[in-house]
Design a protein. Structure first.
Length: 141
């Protein structure tokens, strides 16, 4: 099981983010963010995958592989990509887009999902989504 990882900028835009080889049908790849590669996911496998996030890759999947029905394509809004800080920001396309795969904390030990009742974020980091409740004012007449 490969769940909630952030794989970014691994040395070359021509490389592969995740190379799958000889995995069984029970293998799963979900809720990952893959950024800055030639091909994000490549290889031959019987694994299942879905709800992975892609950005700044030449191709999301290598030849012979098809995407998951809940995959996300968009800017992860990293805090400081150039400086190696891959925490996602509040405007991230990866926020609130994951599947519940039983992972209750993120890379920093923060509760996942945040707040409770939402969907988990894609990748290693869970950005705190704040719910704001505004008072309702009714005008009479």
């Amino acid at each position: 099981e490969v769940f909630h990882n952030t794989v970014a900028d691994n040395g070359s835009e021509e490389g592969v983010g995740i190379q799958m080889r000889t995995l069984s049908a029970e293998s799963a790849l979900h809720n990952n963010v893959i950024v800055g590669h030639g091909t994000a996911i490549s290889g031959t496998s019987q694994a299942s995958w879905d709800a992975n996030g892609f950005y700044d890759n030449d191709a999301a999947y290598g030849p012979g592989l098809s995407g998951g029905s809940h995959d996300v394509y968009g800017d992860p809004d990293f805090v400081n990509r150039g400086g190696g800080d891959y925490h996602i920001g509040p405007r991230s396309a990866m926020a609130d887009r994951g599947r519940d795969v039983g992972v209750g904390v993120d890379i920093d030990g923060d509760t996942r999902p945040a707040p409770a009742g939402t969907r988990p974020d894609l990748g290693a980091d869970e950005v705190s989504q704040r719910l704001v409740f505004l008072p309702l004012v009714l005008r009479d007449g």
